[in-house]
Design a binder for this molecule. Structure first.
Ligand SMILES: Cc1ncc(COP(=O)(O)O)c(C=O)c1O
Length: 366
């Protein structure tokens, strides 16, 4: 083979590798410019022995816990050779992941298409488009996967598929994953090893990372997943033969699924709490007033589970801490969860649940 031929072959190999090197370096530089998210104590004087903390993932550049996942998914796809210069990236998402992926796609000069349910909050759609992403709406939430796959194939692009790769792309041993950050920030607290960490499940990636991390580091901490009543996850956790839940979906965006997602790992979850949508929205609104800024619906779902666990711990005379995730800002739900007409249109009466959560923040009893 002639030297020029070898040179050319090396070029054909080297060029894509050079682009991938450039892309990875850009993501790493962005990470170096970013600060970690805050851990906020929820001051509850009425609950002196049980401290609750909020891991505020809304302070990421793209406003949600999905910023970490999007970074991991892009690095995983780049290092797997699935994305190269000009590749169209396609994702199926309830919106949050798409906002974060649009950010990284723009950083790498890649076209990005989000396949989202038609019910996705207008604010999220605007955020995806503001980052240069395109939105492709589907009527049936369950149709997002097939539509994203088909769209990627039609464009010769790459379907990122968070539902499959969330648990694989994230390093569960550490590497600044959300669990490592929580334990580092809890280190100087009165109860540094939380009794419980509470989170939701959409892909299942967050709970898988938390569950594996506490086991790997042999912490006594247990993982509780707060799941909407309409979701299949808690049904599957109790009975592994249940893989689907048909009928109405939850209105809480980002969590609860009609099918058991590949990244959902029930074996690392110690407890599941079922939360009605009205209770989630009420808790999100009450917490927003308490903090003086809005939080999203899935944060409300988490808070309801925390209130139940804290009440039980207090009644048992148990001391300890509970950490949960403030998943995203409520500004994204101004036209949904924070809109009374929207609630009325869905027969969601939250008054009683709001009174109950207000009572909990005042008395420590839920
Ligand atoms: C707002 C919000 N909260 C919670 C979650 C759940 O996270 P995970 O997908 O890691 O299970 C999601 C997932 O999309 C989300 O968008």
């Amino acid at each position: 083979m002639h030297a020029r031929q070898i040179g050319q072959d090396q070029d054909t190999i080297a060029q894509p590798r050079r682009w991938a090197d450039w892309a990875i370096a850009r993501i790493e530089a962005d990470y170096a410019r970013s600060a970690d998210t805050h851990l906020i104590p929820l001051d509850l004087p009425a609950l002196p022995d049980v401290a609750i903390y909020l891991k505020d993932e809304s302070s990421h550049p793209t406003g949600s816990l999905k910023h970490r996942l999007a970074r991991s998914l892009f690095l995983h796809a780049l290092c797997s050779g699935w994305i190269s210069e000009g590749t169209t990236v396609v994702e199926a998402s309830s919106g949050s992941t798409a906002v974060s992926e649009a950010y990284f796609a723009r950083m790498l000069g890649l076209p990005f298409v989000a396949v989202i349910p038609a019910t996705t909050a207008a604010e999220k759609i605007a955020a995806i488009e503001a980052l240069g992403g395109q939105c492709h709406k589907v009527d049936q939430p369950g149709a997002v996967y097939g539509a994203a796959q088909a769209l990627a194939a039609a464009r010769g692009g790459h379907y990122m598929d968070q539902f499959t790769f969330a648990e694989r792309a994230t390093d569960w041993r550490g590497n600044n994953n959300i669990a490592e950050s929580i334990f580092a920030q809890m280190a100087r607290e009165p109860a540094p090893v939380p009794t419980w960490i509470v989170c939701g499940a959409g892909t299942g990636g967050t709970s898988a990372t938390l569950g594996r991390f506490v086991r790997y580091h042999r912490h006594a901490t247990r993982i509780c997943v707060a799941d909407p009543a309409a979701s299949v996850f808690h049904r599957h956790w109790h009975d592994r033969t249940i893989l689907r839940k048909d009928g109405a979906c939850s209105v809480i965006e980002g969590i609860g699924r009609p099918r058991v997602e590949p990244s959902f790992v029930p074996a690392v979850i110690d407890r599941m709490e079922v939360v009605e949508d009205a209770a989630s929205i009420a808790a999100a609104r009450v917490l927003s007033r308490h903090l003086g800024r809005r939080v999203g619906g899935s944060t409300g779902t988490n808070l309801v589970a925390c209130a139940r666990l804290a009440t039980q711990m207090a009644q048992a005379g148990q001391q300890g801490s509970i950490v949960t995730i403030l998943c995203d800002s409520g500004e994204r739900y101004a036209s949904t969860c924070f809109n009374d007409e929207w609630l009325a249109g869905r027969n969601l009466d939250i008054a009683a649940e709001a009174a109950r959560m207000t009572e909990f923040l005042a008395t420590g009893r839920y």
